[in-house]
Design a protein around this ligand. Sequence first.
Ligand SMILES: C[S@@+](CC[C@H](N)C(=O)[O-])C[C@H]1O[C@@H](n2cnc3c(N)ncnc32)[C@H](O)[C@@H]1O
Length: 282
Amino acid sequence: MEPHKIIIPPLKSQGIKTKLVPSILDLVGRASATGRWIEPFMGTGVVGFNAGFSQTLMGDANPHLVNFYTSVRSGQITPLHVREYLEYEGAQLSLLGYAHYRLVRERFNTSYGPLDFLFLNRAGFNGMIRFSRKGFWNIPFCKKPDRFQPGYITKVVNQVRRVREVMTEDWAFTSGPFESLLSSARPGDLVYCDPPYFGRYADYYNGWTEADEARLLGLLERTPAKFILSTWSHNAFRRNPLLDLYRSRFEVRTMDHFYHNGGALANRNAMTEALVFNFPAR
Ligand SMILES: C[S@@+](CC[C@H](N)C(=O)[O-])C[C@H]1O[C@@H](n2cnc3c(N)ncnc32)[C@H](O)[C@@H]1O
């Protein structure tokens, strides 16, 4: 069988699960779910775009992620719009450098346009997504004014085209806290949860407390659907204190994963990730 070619989304983020998609899809195949894919912490959407479900409900507390994909879904943003927009803004960035990044950032912080969100995500430092306490874009410029070369623009345009192709009539995106999507899960659905990890980072849309984790766990225990939860197991310095609790109630699979900082740092960044789930997977 041909290996699954992973669909890479046009938005980037630090916690993106691209590398773990094959392990997650292996479990998805074993869940034999016949209903909907429900993903309340979609982030960039990379997992849902690859999950292969026609009926899909994706959500996130960050309305800008949701607004971007809703605009792609509705045709308000097409691959052609993305090309024209990035060609124009990319040329301005080459000409004016940081001053143009600042201009787009200010425009986004007042009008929250989905194309400006894409631009800032791609021209910001390390493809990160972070908002200030006032809800403003809070990532510095990547310092590469010539970033938007023709080949780079074509890559992003193709990513937009590809994610649009997988969105059937039965796809929907909603913005808000995880509880509402998770509570809507029915028997036959498969819920995939990738909440923020404790203590990693926090921003306007992305804080995560013990109380959030407890509410999530309570809902997962009661859901009539099948679920897969992504979390971390351990690294060189710490163990996830919740993993024993998960093991006593659900199934757990662990996978080694390296974050890409390279060289001598690689070992320090080795993290064993875990998938927690509530169905037999042999
Ligand atoms: C670890 S990221 C998900 C990454 C995603 N799986 C990917 O590969 O791109 C967690 C996401 O949860 C969202 N989030 C944080 N708190 C939330 C909440 N209470 N309800 C719903 N989404 C939340 C964040 O905005 C962020 O996009």
